[in-house]
Design a protein around this ligand. Structure first.
Ligand code: ANZ
Ligand code: ZN
Length: 868
């Protein structure tokens, strides 16, 4: 038995080198083989990998290695989502150029990923900031323009007056810019939009086909797309004196059944009618400014106090000519949705109720539980929300009284449609995708502005439009705009002086098609059709649930847009999706409340102290690893200390992959102890087991047969577990097999049967473990006397005869004479029994080359082979 400890520091780089030299993981287009495309969401090159990456990429790697062993032609690429703000922030804060910052980070992280031993095809690597990548993005954008998928329109943005830049909604915190702290303004800006909303219905209904996506993600997407069935109809308007004014007020509602509960109408502050009234109504301009300061995010609008400004206009109720509804401009009505105008029904909508209470408007309940006395039913501080069941009916509603909500909706729709007042309308929450960013570190938008010709796409022969490198970050705003010459160009159309677009793309564009580029990363066109036809779709996509909405939705849209423009031929880019849980860790604090890194904490009895200062440390909650709480464990330090296999094993163990996993020192040490145990076991097996390639001796029974059964059951279970991404269960099987091996090795006087069973179990053990601990597996494989690599081994097959517990012994005869017996599953169909029997060595021997005429099977008892 080997007494030497297994040393990953020595073995891991060696095996990584061996795989690289063999180009083991380079994928080649081979239509004769079934393909399998595994992809993990590519990382942002922040500079260091974190445990979330380790978990994510290990899962993908296990799957890739497993599928590879099953005989699939596996594509498992890696790249970098390399554009974005952090690089610019580094430039502003530390004076490093975004480009060198990014590529340095990539180099560092590539090294870290390589040390994890991932079976990646590095020959396909690219970064989205490579001009050789983004030129194709520009080319496709030009094609998208031609195909009508792009629109330039004026839209409201959050404007930071100090940083002179547009802010994303997430960058507005309590109405202020996240960096400058300045009060954010709303501004109108001409921007580029991709018309994703044309695909709302399609993106929604196609979700039904994504059966192997998490239900949760499909639901989030569906909510985001937000289909609603409602009505659009118009009120006639009149002024203070009851005189009808020219304009009508069109509103969108999903609750037309509540029309008899209407008590006001409200318009967005940006509604054309409100703008028109602004000069005539003192205070309105001020009100509009106040609303603008709220920013554009739905969340901030939702949180703000509901406020209105009376417009001195009244809307005539469509069914109650005696009722006039006051019309307001209100801060909670958005211009971008529906008609930018609503009727308010306070009894059945919380925002409307808050508004009505503030302005003393009537609250008329019109929907109530069946059997309620309308005169007794009142609404207090909480709106009575819609229930579309048959126990909820209309009250106080004239011809609708007694109807259910759906019935009332139908009745109103009919009436209005017949009277020509309005029509049914399906609305989607999904907005067009604004892709312009006033940033430097992004893909330049390939258009030119000409005073004479307007907007002219850059001709393809002039692509890529590359980012200039000589930019400065010493003043706020977009460096491309400040560059002295870059934006000056000539118009491709008239040859006159023109200006380049200085906006760059939203980085979500970069990640909306990278998976397709991986199919042919060197192609002179965005995607080589033949390659994509073979490799796409991604068979298994793995990533964090934080990308459940935008990234996945944009990618689904891009696949359709690229198909429309002939760059791809596919709708859904990701056949299966898996969202893994986070890595969480205990948090530590000093008495003063400062967070402390786990690496600086030492155990002291039941509690903890600061390793350096000895100060008492208390534990906070268990939370997602984050820099702010300092509860991070650096993968590099873990790999350095225990090896990659231990880290990989730990992040897969115990916890189901979709759940959060808690990183603990004990857990890692446990994983490392297991590595050492495997090492000792395998050395023992090599000594006591049969030599490699030994055939099964006849008549294996007793403990040896039991071990064989355990082995084959492990193979069977593991095959199912890995196929279903149940990594933790797979690991549990390996532990079971290790225990069985250990028990068997403890016996004295091993007979041939047992020696064979040990060899078989040991080899299966190593091969099954290989997807999780690939380096250890290779090293063990050598110890077991092989010269080949485990990565070249096919996945073991379980012998069905050994995996069923419900077995019977069937007597095997040849021409009526007993020659052997065989254990088979009870009730096995005759054809299978026949096949199993004919494969027996004893039967072949007895037949001595004579042809088989027939096999007579007595179910579960006898099989008689009759020769001719
Ligand atoms: C009257 C009503 C009565 C409404 C009631 C709700 C409850 P979804 O389902 O999201 O489509 N609405 C319409 N346009 C709006 C806008 N631009 N800004 C803010 N709110 C708007 O929601 C549709 C409902 O949201 C509509 O139905 C409308 O209010 C409001 F008891 O009309 B409802
Ligand atoms: Zn021109």
């Amino acid at each position: 038995m080997s007494t030497e400890r297994y040393n990953p520091r020595d073995t891991e780089p060696r095996w990584q080198q061996a795989w690289t030299e063999k180009r083991a993981f380079e994928a080649r287009h081979d239509p004769s083989r079934p393909k399998y495309y595994v992809l993990e969401m590519f990382p942002y090159p922040s500079g260091r990998i974190h445990m979330g990456h380790v978990r994510n990429y290990t899962m993908g790697d296990v799957l890739a290695r497993y599928r590879r062993a099953l005989g699939y032609n596996v594509l498992h690429p890696m790249g970098w989502d390399a554009f974005g703000m952090p690089a610019e922030n580094a430039a502003i804060e530390r004076g490093v150029h975004p480009k060198s910052w990014t590529y340095d980070n990539i180099a560092a992280m590539r090294g870290q990923l390589k040390s994890l031993g991932l079976s990646l095809d590095w020959s396909r690597e690219f970064a989205t900031c490579d001009p050789s990548y983004y030129r194709h993005e520009q080319e496709m954008f030009v094609d998208f323009i031609k195909a009508g998928l792009v629109e330039r329109k004026v839209s409201m943005v959050n404007w930071d007056p100090v940083d002179q830049t547009v802010l994303a909604n997430e960058q507005v915190i309590d109405g202020r810019g996240w960096r400058s702290g300045a009060l954010v303004e709303k501004r109108e800006l001409a921007q580029w939009f991709l018309k994703i909303s044309d695909y709302s219905e399609e993106l929604l209904t196609a979700l039904d086909d994504l059966k192997t996506w998490p239900e949760k993600v499909r639901l989030m997407q569906a909510n985001w797309i937000g289909r609603s069935e409602g009505m659009r109809f118009a009120f006639t308007l009149e002024d203070d004196n009851g005189k009808q004014v020219g304009d009508k007020l069109t509103v969108y509602t999903t609750r037309h059944d509540t029309i008899f509960g209407a008590s006001f109408c409200a318009l967005s502050a940006d509604h054309p009618l409100v703008r028109e009234l602004e000069p005539a109504l003192p205070g309105l301009a001020e009100f509009r400014r106040e609303v603008a300061a709220l920013g554009t995010s739905e969340e901030s609008i939702e949180r703000a106090e509901k406020k209105g400004f009376p417009l001195k206009l009244y809307a005539r109720h469509p069914f109650r000519p005696e009722v006039r509804l006051p019309v307001y401009a209100a801060n909670f009505v958005l211009m971008g949705y529906g008609e930018g105008a609503i009727f308010g029904c306070p009894a059945h909508d919380q925002r409307d109720l808050d508004f009505a209470r503030k302005y003393g408007l009537p609250v008329i309940p019109v929907v109530a539980p069946k059997g309620t006395d309308p005169s007794q039913f009142a609404v207090g501080d909480e709106a009575f929300l819609e229930k579309e069941d048959d126990q909820t009916v209309l009250i106080n509603s004239d011809f609708l009284d007694g109807m259910t909500v759906p019935e009332a909706k139908e009745a109103i729709a009919r009436r209005m449609e017949t009277a020509g007042m309005g029509e049914r309308k399906v609305n989607f929450r999904l907005r067009d995708w604004g892709v312009s960013r006033q940033r430097y570190w992004g893909c330049p938008i390939p258009v030119i502005h000409c005073g004479k010709c307007g907007v002219v796409p850059v001709p393809k022969k002039d692509l890529p439009v590359t980012l200039p490198e000589d930019v400065t970050f010493d003043r706020p705003g977009n460096p491309l705009l400040h560059h002295p010459t870059w934006k000056d160009t000539t118009c491709p159309s008239c040859g006159g002086k023109a200006r380049r677009e200085t906006d760059t793309f939203d980085t979500f564009i970069d990640s909306s098609w990278y998976f397709a580029r991986f199919c042919s990363p060197q192609a002179p066109i965005p995607v080589d059709r033949a390659e994509a036809k073979y490799w796409m779709p991604v068979d298994q996509y793995i990533g964090g649930v934080e990308h459940a909405i935008l990234h996945l939705l944009y990618s689904r849209f891009y696949a359709r847009a690229m198909t429309l423009t002939g760059h791809l031929d596919l709708k859904e880019p990701f056949a299966s999706l898996f969202t893994q849980g986070m890595v969480v860790h205990e948090t530590f604090r000093t008495a003063a409340g400062e967070w402390v890194l786990p690496a600086e904490v030492a155990r002291a009895g039941e509690g903890y102290v600061h390793a350096r200062t000895g100060e008492k440390i208390t534990t906070g909650g268990i939370e997602k690893m984050s820099k702010s709480k300092k509860n991070v464990v650096d993968p590099e330090a873990i790999i350095e200390r225990y090896g990659a296999d231990t880290a990989r094993w730990f992040v897969l163990s115990d916890t189901p992959p979709e759940r959060d996993i808690e990183w603990t020192e004990n857990g890692v040490e446990g994983a490392f102890r297991f590595v050492q145990r495997v090492w000792r076991l395998v050395a023992d097996i090599q000594q006591k087991g049969a030599s490699p390639g030994t055939k099964a001796p006849a008549g294996i029974a007793g403990d040896a047969l039991e071990l064989r059964r355990t082995t084959h059951l492990a193979v069977q279970a593991m095959t199912e577990d890995l196929g279903a991404l149940r990594f933790n269960r797979g690991i549990a099987r390996i532990y079971e097999l290790a225990n069985a091996l250990q028990a068997a090795l403890q016996k004295n006087d091993l007979d041939d049967g047992m020696r064979f069973a040990l060899r078989e179990a040991g080899e299966a053990f190593v091969v099954l473990m290989a997807p999780m601990m690939p380096h250890l597996a290779e090293e063990c494989w050598q110890v077991l006397g092989h010269k080949t690599l485990v990565v070249d081994r096919p996945w073991p097959k379980a012998d069905p005869a050994l995996t069923v517990s419900d077995e019977v012994t069937i007597a095997v005869q040849v021409n009526g004479k007993r020659r052997d017996e065989i254990r088979l599953p009870k009730g096995l169909p005759n054809a299978k029994v026949e096949a199993a029997v004919l494969a027996l060595d004893n039967v072949k021997r007895a037949l001595d080359g004579k042809p088989v005429r027939k096999v007579v099977v007595v179910m579960d008892r006898i099989a008689n082979v009759v020769s001719g």
